[in-house]
Design a protein around this ligand. Structure first.
Ligand code: MLT
Length: 332
């Protein structure tokens, strides 16, 4: 059993029998299906919440967007009609532009980068901005790996190969502009509509991490993978700020501690599972192509065109430079 699985199983078993009948049960929306990062983060959070609160608080996961599309769950949590949601960071950006730094292409270049930014001072500032802008509080961070490009038509190694593909992107301006920098006019579409659009060939492709491709069974409708590394997908756990503010300080502290435990479990989960999931997708018939020339063509176009365009929106060039400095990289 892996470290993450042992944590989940041990905590869940110990508490299952102990939960009192009056335990407060929160509803937790999860955008993806079973088997991916979002579910793992959610399970770890529920187990830790039960432990931290001595069984007085628990949560129920609703997978596959049952409680609404990812962007809609932000609005629902902000208005207090939903308790928690686990979703991709790119689906929070439209409500809180400051987190856009995390979807700027080629800023986060590894899992370590993602952990450094989210768990340090930069992440703390983003949490405060998101409370102000969107009425939701990020209390845990999930890590999903790089968003690889998948499509049903052909192997893609270069920007030239990509031309002519119809690619679904989230309704996220930064991601739309990134594809435009590569000469593609992408199709912005809600997450919940994506599988059907791929299946019905309304679009040829999309990008998401291997973990998500697996959890959503995209291998059933997509064959070719290009191992782009333009965005490292971060999948936060958010709580309605209205709900959070209404809780006692003790319960708030328990929720924050559970979010921290879930963050650590998510880091371990990705490290343990990503290469296994990648191999599994290959075994199911997906074909992987590395980007040509170390991805140089993609990197040059995206960074030159997209970074300057969104600097103001994410809070100024100093915000981007703050992130780059925290990662030990040269500023712009
Ligand atoms: C999206 O592509 O909209 C999201 O990345 C989906 C997800 O949360 O996995």
């Amino acid at each position: 059993m892996t470290q993450a699985q042992t944590f989940l199983a041990g905590t869940a078993l110990a508490l299952l029998a102990a939960l009192p009948a009056w335990a407060e049960e929160f509803r937790i929306a999860v955008g993806d299906g079973a088997g991916g990062t979002q579910e793992a983060l959610g399970k770890a959070f529920v187990a830790a919440l039960e432990k931290e609160s001595g069984g007085e608080m628990t949560g129920k996961l609703f997978l596959n967007g049952q409680l609404g599309d990812e962007q809609d769950t932000v609005t629902a949590a902000a208005t207090g009609t939903l308790d928690f949601s686990i979703l991709a960071i790119n689906n929070i950006t439209p409500f809180s532009p400051s987190v856009g730094t995390l979807t700027l292409p080629y800023v986060i270049l590894s899992q370590e980068d993602a952990e450094t930014v989210t768990q340090g001072e930069v992440g703390r500032q983003m949490i405060e901005k998101t409370v102000e802008d969107a009425g939701v509080r990020i209390i845990g961070w999930g890590y999903s790996g790089f968003r690889v490009l998948t499509n049903s038509k052909k192997p893609v190694a270069s920007v030239e190969d990509m031309q002519g593909l119809i690619v679904r992107v989230p309704k996220n301006e930064i991601m739309i502009e990134t594809y435009k920098s590569w000469g593609i006019n992408p199709t912005p579409m809600a997450w919940g509509e994506t599988f059907a659009a791929l299946q019905q060939k309304v679009v040829d492709g999309q990008d998401n991490p291997y973990m998500t491709v697996y959890a959503m069974k995209f291998d059933e409708v997509q064959k070719y993978v290009t191992e782009l590394r333009y965005i490292f997908s971060i999948e936060p756990l958010i709580v309605s700020e209205a709900l959070f503010e209404g809780l006692s300080e003790e319960k708030q502290a328990q929720i924050l501690a559970a979010g921290e435990a879930a963050t650590q479990a998510s880091s371990a989960f990705l490290r343990e599972q990503e290469s296994r999931i990648r191999d599994e997708l290959v075994a199911r018939g997906m074909e992987i192509t590395p980007p040509a020339d170390g991805e140089k063509g993609f990197i040059e176009l995206a960074t030159a065109q997209v970074w300057p365009k969104f600097a103001d929106q994410i809070g100024g060039i100093e915000v981007l430079n703050g992130v780059l400095t925290s990662l030990g990289r040269p500023t712009v």
